[in-house]
Design a protein. Structure first.
Length: 394
C-alpha cells in the first residue's frame, strides 16, 4: 500500500426534508451576504428556489442570485459571478444544483477571494491561497463535487476544459435530500450513475497494489451503484435507490476510495474531457463512449486489477484465465452502460469525427496532461489517438 492523507471536512446533512436545516447551517457558517448560484434548468424553481432564498433571509443574511449554469460550466459565467461577489460584498456562496453549479461556485469562490484571472488556476499558471466558503444543496447525484476538492471549468474562448484540485474548495456543508433527485430525467440519472462509478473505477484500476480494505470499499460501492442504477432504470421513483446513488456519489469522490493506492489512473476522465469540451457532451456519456476502447488498450498492463474488477465488482463468475475474465469484466460494464441507454462509441454519441478532429483531441489531451497520463499504462499522444480511433470505429 501507499501512504496517504485524507481530508473530508464537509458536514453532511442527509435525508428527507434536510433542506429545513439550511438556515441553521448558514448562520453557523457566519454568512452575512450569500450568493445563491444555480443552473438554467427546471431543478431550481418553485418550492426549492423559495426554500433556498428564504433560508438566506431566515439566517439574517443579504441574498444575491446568479443562475444560468450550464453542463460543462462556462468560464464566462464564473467571471460574471466573481464581479457580482466583489460588488455585493459576498462572503459565502450557496450552490444549488448538480456538479456543474457546484464546480462553478468553487471557481467563483477562488476568483473572488484571490483576484486576478481565475483561469490561471485551471491552466496551472497560479496557485490559489484563499477561497470564499461554500455550502451546497445537490439536486443531482453524479459528480460528487459536494464533498470533493475538485472542480472542472470550460473556457469557451479557447475550447479547453480543465480541472483543478484545491483543498480550500471543499464545501463547508452539504444538504443532501435524495427526494430532490426524483425528477431528474432518466438520461441524466444514467449519466450521473456512470460518473459515480467512474470516480471509483479510476481509483481502483491503477498501476500498483492498494489496501485490501480500500479495494473492498471500492468493490462494494461499484456493485451497489450497478444494482441501484438498474432499479432506477425500471422505477425512477424508488427513493431508496436514489438515496444509495446519492451517497455513493459523495463517497466515490471525497478521497476515501483512493486511500492507499497510487492515486489512480484518470485517463478516461482526461480523454472524456476533450470530447465534452469539443462537442459539449454530458460528462458521464463522454467517458462511457471511450472507456471500453481505453480498457482494451491497457488491460494487459494491469491484468490483476481488471481481473479483480470483473469478479468482485461486476459479478463475473471466476471460471477461466485472468485475461478472459478481465475481458468479460470490460464487456459486462459496457453492457451496463448500454442497459442504461449510454453510449459506448462515438457513433452512439452521434459524432462522426474526422481523422483530423481525432488527432486534434489526442494532441490537446496530451498537452493538458503534460505529455503522459495514466498508471495502468502510461498513455502518450499516439496511445490517446489510437483509443479515440477505436472509439470512432477506425
Amino acid at each position: 500500500m501507499f501512504d496517504f492523507e485524507l481530508n473530508t471536512p464537509t458536514r453532511v446533512v442527509f435525508g428527507k426534508d434536510s433542506l429545513g436545516q439550511l438556515p441553521r447551517l448558514l448562520k453557523e457558517s457566519g454568512a452575512k451576504c450569500v450568493l445563491v448560484h444555480y443552473g438554467s434548468g427546471k431543478a431550481f424553481c418553485g418550492e426549492l428556489k423559495k426554500k433556498a432564498l428564504d433560508a438566506v433571509g431566515e439566517c439574517g443574511a443579504k441574498c444575491v442570485e446568479l443562475g444560468g449554469v450550464q453542463p460543462n460550466p462556462r468560464l464566462s459565467l464564473v467571471e460574471e459571478g466573481i464581479k457580482l461577489c466583489k460588488s455585493a460584498g459576498v462572503d459565502f456562496i450557496l450552490a444549488v444544483g448538480g456538479g456543474s453549479a457546484i464546480d462553478s461556485a468553487k471557481a467563483i469562490a477562488l476568483g473572488a477571494a484571490c483576484g486576478g484571472d481565475v483561469w490561471d488556476f485551471y491552466s496551472g499558471k497560479r496557485t490559489p491561497d484563499k477561497c470564499l466558503p461554500i455550502g451546497v444543496v445537490p439536486t443531482i447525484a453524479a459528480a460528487g463535487s459536494e464533498m470533493s476538492n475538485s472542480s472542472v471549468i470550460t473556457n469557451e474562448k479557447t475550447g479547453e476544459k480543465c480541472g483543478r484540485n484545491v483543498e480550500m474548495t471543499r464545501p463547508r456543508f452539504a444538504v443532501m435530500d435524495p427526494a430532490l433527485t426524483l425528477t431528474v430525467p432518466p438520461y441524466q440519472t444514467a449519466c450521473g450513475c456512470a460518473d459515480i462509478l467512474m470516480h471509483t473505477l479510476e481509483r481502483y484500476l491503477n498501476g500498483g497494489e492498494t489496501m485490501h480494505l480500500t479495494d473492498s470499499l471500492c468493490e462494494a460501492l461499484m456493485s451497489n451503484v450497478v444494482a441501484a442504477a438498474k432499479v432506477l432504470k425500471k422505477n425512477p421513483a424508488d427513493y431508496e435507490a436514489r438515496a444509495n446513488i446519492m451517497w455513493a456519489g459523495s463517497l466515490s469522490h471525497n478521497g476515501l476510495m483512493g486511500c492507499g493506492s497510487d492515486g489512480g489512473d484518470w485517463s478516461t476522465h482526461a480523454l472524456g474531457h476533450e470530447i465534452s469540451a469539443k462537442y459539449d457532451i454530458a460528462h458521464g456519456a463522454s467517458m462511457t463512449a471511450v472507456w471500453g476502447s481505453w480498457a482494451r488498450h491497457v488491460y494487459k498492463e494491469s491484468l490483476n486489477r481488471f481481473h479483480l474488477f470483473a469478479v468482485q465488482a461486476m459479478g463475473v463468475r471466476p471460471n477461466g484465465t485472468r485475461e478472459s475474465l478481465a475481458l468479460k469484466g470490460i464487456e459486462a460494464l459496457e453492457e451496463w452502460f448500454a442497459f442504461l441507454g449510454l453510449p459506448t462509441s462515438f457513433k452512439e454519441l452521434g459524432i462522426d469525427a474526422t481523422d483530423e478532429e481525432l488527432a486534434a483531441m489526442a494532441h490537446a489531451c496530451a498537452v493538458h496532461c503534460g505529455g503522459v497520463k495514466g498508471t495502468c499504462k502510461k498513455l502518450r499522444e499516439e496511445d490517446m489517438l489510437e483509443i479515440y480511433r477505436a472509439a470512432a470505429g477506425r
